[in-house]
Write a protein of this length. Structure first.
Length: 174
């Protein structure tokens, strides 16, 4: 008795398969090989597009990571570069003709050129309009309103993004 429901199920499955085969033989619901091929082609095209998008996103993520890591390293090095700058700018007159001092200044110039090749630029300051994303106004003095009068400390851009704002003196409009 326990086998009767199972036998009924088996009979129903066989009947359904026979009905499907009869439809195929009669031409109703016959599989269309061209339609199957087109579906596979569409799936392949979608997979290819997904793969290209994934590769593009991976490259963009890699570039963003490298850019972020370089920016963090530059933030650590910029105070040292600023000190190197000040040392070269305030070189005593009696040492300017010294070969050793000329070598130090030349090394400084090469360092600044190398930073430029890496995408590091100084933030433009004197004569520019104050830009809060690129400048920190530390002092104000008589002069045209919000125009930078003096650079107190240089700022730097890395691929046109501010990594260190310039500290400046601006005009107060008086």
């Amino acid at each position: 008795m326990a086998d009767e429901p199972q036998d009924d199920l088996q009979k129903k499955v066989e009947d359904a398969q026979a009905a499907d085969e009869a439809k195929v033989e009669s031409g109703l619901n016959a599989p269309d090989p061209d339609s199957d091929i087109q579906q596979l082609k569409d799936q392949l095209a979608r997979c290819m597009a997904d793969m290209q998008n994934m590769k593009r996103r991976a490259e963009e993520d890699k570039f963003r990571f490298i850019k972020f890591a370089n920016a963090e390293m530059l933030k650590i090095l910029l105070p040292i570069i600023d000190n190197f700058d000040r040392a070269c700018q305030h070189l005593p007159k009696n040492l300017k003709a010294d070969d050793w001092a000329k070598g130090v200044v030349s090394t400084h110039d090469e360092l600044m050129k190398a930073l430029g090749k890496l995408g590091v630029k100084r933030v433009p300051t004197v004569g520019e309009k104050l830009d809060p994303t690129r400048h920190d106004a530390m002092l104000s003095a008589p002069g045209e309103k919000d125009v930078i009068l003096e650079e107190l400390e240089p700022g730097y851009l890395y691929h046109d993004e501010t990594i260190k704002p310039a500290k400046v003196k601006v005009g107060d409009g008086s």
